[in-house]
Design a binder for this molecule. Structure first.
Ligand SMILES: [Zn+2]
Length: 134
């Protein structure tokens, strides 16, 4: 119905990132989606830091939805949710309605200095695994 998103929390093990929990943007900062896009402020980050401290987890990626295609907008490129080189960000088309599979996800790795490496939907499936591992 509108853009939304979440931080994916977990840990990195042997170079692989495992998601164990998610934190929805509007749970961390109620009202941050009211404009129709994600407008996340320092108030939301304060709640995120608190959650990370409580759980002992780290942000391993973020994900947000778009109304139509899965791609990084200019705003996405210049406003990383976590401005740390190596951060991963995923975009899901059609507001993530229906069944979302790994090959539906646009996959971005932050390189720093507002530059990203992109894997378009389809090729991203080689890098995403959904299921249990141990
Ligand atoms: Zn976006």
């Amino acid at each position: 119905m509108r853009e939304s998103g979440a931080f994916l929390l977990g840990r990195e093990i042997g170079g692989k990132r495992e998601v164990l929990k998610y934190a929805l943007y509007d749970d961390l900062e109620p009202g941050c989606l009211d404009s129709g896009y994600v407008s996340f402020s320092s108030a939301g980050y304060r709640e995120l830091w608190k959650l990370l401290k409580e759980t002992g987890l780290e942000v391993v990626a973020d994900v947000h939805t778009h109304p139509a295609e899965a791609f990084f907008s200019g705003t996405d490129r210049t406003n990383p949710m976590m401005p740390t080189a190596g951060h991963l960000a995923f975009v899901i088309a059609d507001y993530a309605q229906g069944t979302v599979r790994p090959n539906d996800v646009a996959f971005y790795r932050y390189l720093g200095n507002h530059e990203w490496r992109e894997d378009k939907p389809g090729s991203s499936a080689k890098k995403l695994y959904v299921g249990l591992w141990s």
